[in-house]
Design a protein around this ligand. Structure first.
Ligand SMILES: *[C@@H]1O[C@H](CO)[C@@H](O)[C@H](O)[C@H]1NC(C)=O
Length: 285
């Protein structure tokens, strides 16, 4: 068969186009197949202040078949009154890039052969929503493609909690787009001797027994980072090194004290001997 069942939606579209083409062959005055899709991955996360660029790919039997391309934004909630027209373009142009009529100052759109591009510069938080591009054919048929656009959020409110039964620490962040997790133990990157980080990075399975010291989870993305620390009991090695320092100090003090005592004793003995010598000489005179 022409349409393998595993090819998904595009396969189905191809199949429908093929069916439509067959019908066209059977009924030459029928409608041509017209379809549009947005090539950006969705949802798309945009940093406020940057430029949003959406590309649509148009499939039509011939460029003359397309009479109009329009861009609009709808609220993601689906509220019916929130639809805003963004740009209206004439049909596909076989050779030239044609600019469209934009409904807003920060919107620019163009259409060319088999493609239309929308630019929204100085993207603001209120520009989030579902972007829709509609291609209308001369015969009145139309096709619409949509892409969800959301605001790229900074990382906020990171927290670390302990799962005692599984000896693991869980790093949670209340919001933040594309979070990247990293773990520190006493300000050093976590190594195999301390624990194992899960594939998504949010969980640290602690292998160090007993769990001690400071564990910090750092969550970062394109806009910065935020971190939180879980503090367990101080590590044994720390208190050992602390007492070692105390013992070394005591020994040094004792050596210094002993040395001082020895010096004083020697001086005392020398003076004594001198005195005795002088007495002895006095007696002889
Ligand atoms: C601890 O972790 C396990 C495994 O991930 C999970 O099933 C369990 O619900 C967690 N317990 C708590 C108290 O969060």
């Amino acid at each position: 068969m022409l349409a393998p069942p595993t090819a998904g939606v595009m396969g189905l579209l191809d199949f429908l186009c093929w069916r439509a083409a067959t019908l066209l062959l059977l009924f030459p005055n029928g409608q041509e197949c017209l379809s549009v899709h947005i090539s950006n991955e969705e949802p798309l996360y945009i940093i406020p202040g940057s430029t949003l660029v959406l590309r649509a790919h148009i499939e039509s039997g011939s460029p003359e078949e397309v009479s109009a391309v329009t861009w609009a934004r709808e609220p993601e909630s689906g509220a019916p009154d929130g639809r805003a027209a963004l740009a209206a373009c004439p049909g596909e142009s076989p050779r030239l890039l044609v600019q469209c009529a934009a409904a807003r100052a920060n919107v620019r759109a163009s259409v060319e052969l088999q493609a239309s591009v929308l630019h929204v510069s100085e993207y603001a938080k209120a520009d989030a929503g579902v972007y829709a591009v509609t291609v209308t054919g001369k015969a009145g048929q139309s096709s619409t493609a949509r892409c969800i656009v959301r605001n790229y959020e900074a990382v906020h409110h990171v927290s670390v909690s302990i799962n005692v039964s599984h000896s693991s620490l869980v790093c949670g962040e209340a919001w933040g787009t594309e979070p990247q997790f990293s773990w520190l133990h006493e300000r050093d990157a976590v190594t195999g001797s301390v624990g194992r980080v899960s594939t998504d990075g949010a969980t640290l399975v602690v292998t160090k027994v007993p769990i001690c010291g400071h564990f910090t989870c750092v969550v970062s993305n394109k806009l910065g980072y935020s971190s939180a620390t879980y503090t367990a009991a101080p590590c044994e090695t720390d208190s050992i090194s602390g007492s070692t320092v105390a013992i070394v100090c005591l020994v040094v003090l004792q050596i210094l004290g002993g040395g001082l005592a020895f010096l004083l004793w020697r001086r005392y003995r020398k003076r004594n001997r001198g005195d005795r010598l002088r007495e002895h000489m006095d007696d002889n005179i």
